[in-house]
Design a protein around this ligand. Structure first.
Ligand code: AMP
Ligand code: GLY
Length: 421
């Protein structure tokens, strides 16, 4: 099969490598891809961005299946557009993608179908929102409704912070329209976990859990980032938490998808907060997570293409997803300065002994086909092992074989003891 894979991050490099291992895959076109996919077996980067260009490419190049990495095009309706042209594409239709694209849509959906989530109110008027927060207890969480590049969530400790958040989002409109509506919700205390799943609209199957490390500094300090490392499975998630998740979150989500007639063959990412009152859903993403995917796919023993195909053939119910035993630790190597200002364009040197343990995120090939840094999060290094400690040790032992100027990484991925509850 010829695959068209859309996206340019570490997640897409991981998907491309996993797909390349499938005997059924002959070629993977990565649009636009990155320096990692450019060098990957069976892969070729193509510099196309718009839905129209991608449709033309798929038609003219005998593409059998398109897979969408990031959320933006899903929310814009790429799946609807491909389907209108009778092209096969893996992902939710536009209406279903609102589960990620609109926080008020997803919270209303959760409430309607009894999916366990924090209490909330939706506001379209800043005055009313300002009045509401005056009567509430703190901390409070204020969220812009639409996509805000991961920056639309404010945890407010005081009334003043809440007032400022509402003004930023609704009055100053700093997210360019994403904040014309906001969600204000109860603050939950606990620890976070990510669980990916695959659905065909009738059946849903979860993947192993993962633990992201969002903050830039050791000890979960400093500003949030796109993710500085992941452990999979999440060592704090117990069977009881999983049962709670399946009964009160995942299965109810599937019921909602069916009842609402949402057209969804794709991935659902559940962003969870595990509290001493049980497992709560913070958010849905309608695609694989980054950097969770890099760790989770490293442990997947099943053929990813066959798994995706089963969602089209209505055989997902019988598909047993196989996982390797043990853990995967993914340490992100970033450009010093990130998530603030950082320099790019430095050579990335990777020893051959570790190249199969690396997923490139912010790295491209220069005109001499040499890998150079192009982003804040440059790459992930993966370690696996029967025990968590082994996987952590292995990932960290490989870092010295990867060099670029201004290399920065957290030293405590997989080592944090405190889980907040
Ligand atoms: P979201 O985009 O909704 O997942 O929010 C981004 C991050 O904000 C989450 O990963 C949490 O760290 C935090 N967060 C969101 N909602 C809440 C909440 N209700 N209580 C505590 N923290 C939250
Ligand atoms: N790691 C969370 C996300 O992909 O949005």
């Amino acid at each position: 099969m010829n695959i068209l894979l859309i996206g340019s991050g570490g997640r897409e490099h991981a998907i491309a490598r996993k797909l390349s291992m499938s005997k059924k895959v002959s070629k993977i076109f990565c649009a636009p891809g990155n320096g990692g996919t450019a060098l990957e077996n069976k892969c070729e980067n193509i510099n196309l961005i718009s839905i129209k260009e991608l449709i033309n490419f798929a038609k003219n190049n005998s593409i059998d299946l398109t897979i969408v990495g990031p959320e933006q095009l899903l929310i814009e309706g790429i799946v609807d557009a491909f389907n209108e042209e009778e092209l096969k594409i893996f992902g939710p239709h536009k209406e279903a993608a609102k589960l990620e694209g609109s926080k008020s849509f997803s919270k209303d959906f959760m409430k309607k179908y009894g999916v366990k989530t924090a209490k909330y109110q939706v506001f379209e008027n800043a005055e009313k929102a300002l009045n509401y927060v005056r009567t509430e207890e703190f901390p409070l969480v204020i969220k812009a409704d639409g996509l805000a590049a991961g920056k639309g969530v404010y945890i407010c400790e005081t009334l003043e912070e809440a007032n400022n958040a509402i003004k930023d989002i609704m009055v100053e409109d700093i997210f360019n329209g994403a904040g014309s509506r906001i969600v204000i919700e109860e603050f939950l205390t606990g620890f976070e976990a990510s669980i990916l799943s695959i659905t065909d609209g009738n059946v849903i199957k979860s993947f192993i859990s993962a633990k992201d490390h969002k903050q830039i500094l050791d000890g979960d300090k400093g500003p949030n980032t796109g993710g500085m490392g992941v452990i999979a499975p999440n060592p704090y998630v117990t069977d009881l938490h999983l049962k709670d998740f399946e009964e009160n979150i995942m299965n109810r989500t599937l019921i909602g998808i069916k009842e609402e007639n949402l057209n969804f063959k794709g991935i659902i990412f559940f962003g969870l907060m595990i509290t001493n009152k049980g497992t709560y859903l913070l958010e849905y993403n309608v695609r694989m997570g980054d950097p969770e995917t890099q760790s989770v796919l490293a442990l997947m023993d099943s053929d990813l293409l066959e798994l995706i195909e089963s969602s089209f053939d209505n055989t997902l119910n019988n598909f047993k997803i196989k996982w390797k035993e043990g853990y995967c630790c993914n340490v992100v190597l970033a450009s010093s300065g990130y998530p603030g200002v950082f320099e790019k364009g430095f050579n990335i040197n990777i020893d051959d002994s570790v190249k199969d343990s690396i997923y490139i995120a912010g790295g491209i090939l220069d005109s001499n086909k040499k890998l150079i840094t192009s982003g804040g999060r440059v790459l992930s290094v993966i370690g696996t092992g029967k025990y968590l400690e082994d996987s952590v040790k292995e990932a960290y032992s490989k870092i010295k074989f990867i060099n670029f100027t201004k290399k920065y990484f957290r030293t405590d991925i997989g080592k944090i003891e405190n889980n907040n509850i």
